[in-house]
Design a binder for this molecule. Sequence first.
Ligand code: FDA
Length: 516
Amino acid sequence: GASSAFNKDDFFECLTLQYQKSNSETDSIYTPKNASYSFVLQSAIHNLRSESNSAQKPVVIITPEHESEIQAAVYCSKKLKIQLRVRSGGHDYEGLSYVSETPFVIVDMRNIRSISIDKEKNTAWVQTGATLGELYYTIAKNSKTLAFTAGVCPNVGVGGHFSGGGYSMMSRKHGIAADHIIDAKLIDAHGQIHDRKSMGEDLFWAIRGGGGTSFGIVVAFKVQLTVIPETVTVFNVTRTLEQNATQLVHRWQYVADKIDENLLLRLFLRSINSSGRRTIGAFFTSLYLGRVDDLLPVMQKKFPELGLVKEDCTEMPWIESTLYFAGFQGQSLDVLVNRTEPFPPEASTPFFKGKSDYVKQPIPENGLEGIWEFLNKEDANRAELQFSPYGGRMNDFSESEIPFPHRAGNIFMIHYRVGWNLEENADSGRHMKWIRELYSFMARYVTKSPRAAYFNYRDLDLGMNNNEVKPSYKEASVWGVKYFKNNFKRLVQVKSKVDPTNFYRNEQSVPPVSSW
Ligand code: FDA
């Protein structure tokens, strides 16, 4: 509501003054008058859908190099009552790191991205503007047997990803990224910098999976790295309907969460053309933390139906497997540190909508056939379902250990995605309708009360905070309980304590409740 009296130049002036006070360089401030403004804004937008629907552009973008510059932005944003959005990698599914309905500024973390590795303790301090690719690359430069368990797309940002969970091809063996955070540097709502000790265990709990934005600006995370074998094995085996895809996917649900935890059998499902005919392709995309000769007997015993043979498999160092899963197989490791290289699905479908679900009971074959029908519809433009198996190490954590609550009992997570390009964007409504209809069809097969969802696949269809400054607890708990289950209450308590005026906010940030 404070927006009307706001003068766009005030923020720039306030910031310049604050920068001068702390002797900062001022060339990291971009306003629309600046020639690089558009480039800085666009270069970390990974879903054009949100941006194309929004009328507001950021008043100012800053790309700080020092904490004092972030503190200056917090100070001015508070003083002038203009919203502040933080962006690390810019992969937010709804674009909330660079889109807002009210006037706003962006603190873009791209220049705060150093990574330092302690080879004795197997730990790393990672600044949040680093990408996953930069983290993997740096680890591999230091060691052949260290790795980190986080997502497959190399230009996803550490800031948003670790804050919301971080599912990886090793999650059945090593859990998610947030499980390995052992310290953090955070700028709170008063602009003060904290580490784990000074922020206290409640706040430290909240920032390990409670979602980006709500609790402050994370400058860096300290993580425990994981020890892996020098050689791992990958394969990607495709089966069509004619090759029993339905039966295999059905069977997979009885195997994927129980099989040896060194093995993660992820499934991608798409409508494809095979010998001139439309069919469903089930892509079994897998990582085994070991050698092929140890993998084959596991598959023989637990999933012989897939018919995996040695020739399907490739052994490689773990770091090369990160290229393989990102669709850059055989390319130089340098693509991992190329921040603008689009991940293949992004390259062909820069506009997309995603949703998620959790499955605790295998979906029957006729349910799978229902999914195939959806995938074969015309509105299913370059659509894809991912089935990501849980079990293994994921079961070892209690639901409340960190805010990310999706643990024992889940067989797998579903990720739904539909994408389109610029020419198709005029007709985007039909793709949105398609994914929403599929989601309502799936209700009968997935978790209920709550119908759980993964925060990092943010979905504003689940609900939004309507009153910007004072969102209602009741409204927020509709989406909050889906992402965080019972942990949502504790997140609200922490928020009420550390940011009662709701300075750090967006459409799906944890609301404070003054009466706690
Ligand atoms: P972005 O910068 O957009 O931030 C996301 C949210 O966190 C925003 O609300 C933002 O304000 C906030 N935020 C960002 N930096 C912050 C900071 N330093 N402090 C506080 N808040 C901050 N997930 C997964 O688990 N496994 C996977 O394999 C993949 N793969 C994948 C591929 C592709 C192509 C996309 C688009 C996304 C994924 N994801 C994923 C989902 C991904 O984990 C999720 O979108 C992350 O939130 C992205 O983090 P970024 O920093 O890139 O986003």
